[in-house]
Design a protein around this ligand. Structure first.
Ligand SMILES: Nc1nc2c(ncn2[C@@H]2O[C@H](COP(=O)(O)OP(=O)(O)OP(=O)(O)O)[C@@H](O)[C@H]2O)c(=O)[nH]1
Ligand SMILES: [Mg+2]
Length: 458
């Protein structure tokens, strides 16, 4: 990894705007600034962390390119931990591009996406979970998502992870003492180790249990409406949206493709997908459509399974219930305004543990309850207590699961009186997998993947 070169990028989004921001970081930043920038009041040496008014001048022709504000932030007091220059110019694509190209001609290289943040990480300004939080803040679409990302950026998650790692390292030290001084070793002396391991495993489980809710704050709820043809799926979508978005007709097979729209429940985005009715496919188009529906269902956080309550259940209904039995499903008995032909008890028997709702998509009865039910089901039970810290990132979740697995294995070995050498191997692996979260042990490849999802200039 090269940290010795100087990189530059436009940090504001492409297009026109009030201001365009260009960033330079690395050892030659200040030299480049001196070459291109003429301060209005002829300051001899630009001071760090001050704002200067002046012109950017073409190095070749000496013509003024724009009137700008410039700041130098000398290392280590900058975002990247390296000498950094920021130029605020007028926000037109031509002007930002022109200034950037002058900077590149003067000895900087174009930054890759996320490279500023990557440098902050490599220079130990922030750890990896904090770097990821930077991206989460940029992407946050709800207040809660922003709050969680800010707490991660402040280092709340890193602190907790480091706390757990320290506890695991203590256990390793105890085991290694047993390896080095085997005469002290007795089966009994391992029990405190096993107890400590158990406490740590539980702490990790608590963190893991926040993921479902955390993920939803970060990405919103993905709900898919399914059911056989003509039960009122599109009517329900329209009712939830409060507008006529999908075509509704009395003919089965009206919806062929997906319709996706987003609303908000309690500030959380809820993406609703209306799908084609599920029936035995009659042709290629329907076959393809059905495969798509299955795929969408498998990705759903919540499945809204619509039944036509004005007629008896059919074997198609039963088949659709069967497919969604293991998912987070809300059975919805629609057309409540017509005579009831399906009872809630019947559905409870077929789908144990699920709570059917009776609604009328056409007239709106029961729809507010359905919204609540979607929110509650997506959040799980964790919505009741409010843990301070949430896991929102699948990468962190995977690493924690792996850690918990290895620690459980170690604890089982202790109970089987396995040699401490064996136990300590698992504990070492556990430490390694936890280190991936904060970036202590993360591979180059994973780092590249993380930072490449950033914007250029961040
Ligand atoms: N009485 C009554 N009719 C409803 C209700 N919901 C839907 N319908 C009617 O049922 C018929 C089918 O509605 P759609 O919303 O198109 O049903 P769908 O499930 O999307 O159908 P496909 O797209 O063909 O799978 C239409 O005539 C609707 O007006 C309801 O709550 N009450
Ligand atoms: Mg439809």
């Amino acid at each position: 990894m090269v940290l010795s070169d100087t990189i530059a990028a436009i940090a504001t989004p492409p297009g026109t705007g009030g201001i365009g921001l260009i960033r330079i970081t690395g050892p030659r930043s200040e030299e480049i600034a001196h070459k291109l920038f003429k301060a209005r009041h002829g300051a001899a040496r630009l001071q760090s962390h001050r704002l200067y008014h002046g012109d950017i001048v073409s190095s070749a022709t000496g013509t003024v390119l724009d009137e700008v504000l410039l700041t130098i932030m000398r290392k280590p007091r900058s975002y990247t931990g390296e000498d950094t220059v920021e130029i605020s110019c007028h926000g037109g694509s031509l002007i930002t591009e022109t200034i950037l190209s002058e900077i590149l001609k003067s000895g900087a290289r174009l930054a890759e996406p996320g490279e500023f943040t990557k440098r902050a990480f490599l220079n130990n300004r922030i750890d990896l979970s904090q770097a990821e939080a930077v991206l989460d803040i940029i992407m946050a679409s709800t207040d809660r998502a922003r709050e969680l990302a800010l707490s991660h950026l402040k280092g709340d998650l890193s602190l907790r992870i480091e706390g757990i790692r320290t506890a695991v390292r203590d256990i390793l030290a105890m085991l290694e003492a047993a390896i080095d001084f085997p005469e002290d070793e007795t089966a009994v002396s391992f029990h405190p180790v096993a107890d400590k391991l158990q406490t740590i495993i539980e702490e990790i489980q608590v963190l893991l249990s926040t993921y479902e809710e955390g993920k939803i704050y970060r990405q919103g709820i993905n709900a898919v409406i399914t059911g056989k043809p003509n039960v009122g799926k599109s009517s329900l979508l329209n009712r939830l949206l409060g507008e006529k978005r999908a075509i509704v007709t009395p003919l089965p097979g009206t919806t062929r493709d997906f319709i996706e729209e987003t609303i908000r429940i309690r500030g959380v985005p809820l993406k609703l997908t209306d799908t084609a009715g599920i029936r035995t496919p009659e042709n290629m188009i329907e076959k393809e459509g059905l495969d798509f529906v299955q795929e969408r269902l498998s990705l759903a956080d919540v499945v809204i399974l619509v039944l036509d309550g004005s007629s008896e259940l059919t074997k198609e209904d039963l088949a659709i219930m069967e497919i969604n039995k293991t998912r987070k499903t809300i059975p919805v008995i629609n057309k409540a305004d017509l005579p009831h032909r399906i009872s809630t008890t019947e559905i409870r028997d077929l789908l144990p543990g699920m709570d059917p709702l009776r609604i009328s998509a056409k007239y709106g009865e029961g729809v507010p309850d359905l919204k609540e039910a979607i929110y509650n089901l997506a959040m799980g039970n964790s919505g009741v207590s409010a843990p301070a810290l949430f896991i929102t990132n699948i990468r962190h979740k995977t690493a924690l699961e792996k850690t918990a697995g290895l620690l459980t294995q170690a604890s089982e070995e202790i109970h089987r009186n396995s040699p401490p050498e064996l136990v300590s191997l698992d504990i070492r692996d556990a430490l390694e997998s936890m280190g991936e979260i904060t970036g202590k042990t993360t591979s180059e490849e994973v780092l590249d993947r993380i930072f490449s999802s950033f914007c250029v200039g961040k």
